[in-house]
Design a protein around this ligand. Structure first.
Ligand SMILES: [Zn+2]
Length: 238
């Protein structure tokens, strides 16, 4: 079904509001009059968003995800490639995607992935993905297998992004599915797939280390792997 002109108008209006919301989350100065306008806009949008269809969420997501990508680039340091150890463990599962992914450590993440009424509240997330860029809140930990497991989850999102073909398409479908999952973050099919893979990868990696030890060229990897690959007692916040 075609999107009506009115839906397009609302899409443009909402994305503008989302921009304002995102900027306010980054504590940029917003004049008080603008804040008043913003808060009343947010209230009406909250009501409006309840009634919006999955497709409408998708349309907002397509634009908002792009905006998020720009903001993350502007608010974070330059990304780095995966290191050799990370690539070695991840390549069997992701092929040469491991050469395309870039990572920012000690990243400033958005608490609300997209602000305003269309936010996806991810709680205090450990990491977020925008296209090929992975942002990790934690510092870079060379050889840390737990960080590699986290990366495996995030690379799964990079894979989903590549399969869909663009930031807009990923934004569209992620938001569509979020709405479809009754706005429950962990019930979104994108997350369910990523967590399923993460679980599989964690046990694969534990077995790999048990059988082969840390590989010869992985001398920097910690010996006992210094990790439990048990799922951490944390919420589904990746
Ligand atoms: Zn995830």
């Amino acid at each position: 079904m075609e999107i009506s002109h009115s839906a397009k108008f609302w899409g443009a209006f909402l994305s503008f509001t989302i921009f304002l919301g995102v900027y306010s989350d980054f504590n940029l100065m917003v004049a008080s009059t603008e804040q008043t306008v913003l808060s009343s806009a947010k209230k009406s949008l909250a009501k409006f968003s309840e009634k919006m269809t999955e497709k409408a969420w998708g349309n907002v997501g397509a634009i908002a995800y792009h905006a998020g990508d720009r903001l993350m680039i502007d608010n974070n340091a330059k990304p780095q490639s995966l290191d050799e150890i990370q690539k070695e463990y991840l390549r069997p599962h992701f092929g040469d995607l491991v050469d395309r992914v870039m990572v920012v450590y000690s990243a400033v993440l958005m608490e609300d992935w997209v602000a305003a009424s269309f936010k996806i509240n991810v709680g205090r997330s450990n990491a977020q993905v925008y296209g090929h860029r992975v942002y990790i809140r934690d510092i870079y930990r060379p050889g840390d297998l737990q960080q590699i497991v986290l990366l495996a989850h995030e690379l799964y999102h990079c894979k989903q992004y590549e399969e869909l073909g663009s930031l807009s398409k990923f934004g569209y479908h992620y938001f569509f599915q979020y709405k479809k999952a009754d706005r429950k973050y962990e019930k979104n099919i994108f997350e369910q797939e990523a967590f399923k893979f993460e679980k599989f990868f964690a046990s694969w990696l534990a077995n790999e280390v048990r059988v082969n030890g840390t590989r010869s060229r992985n001398r920097r990897a910690k010996k006992n792997s210094d990790m439990s690959l048990e799922p951490e007692n944390e919420s589904l916040d990746r």
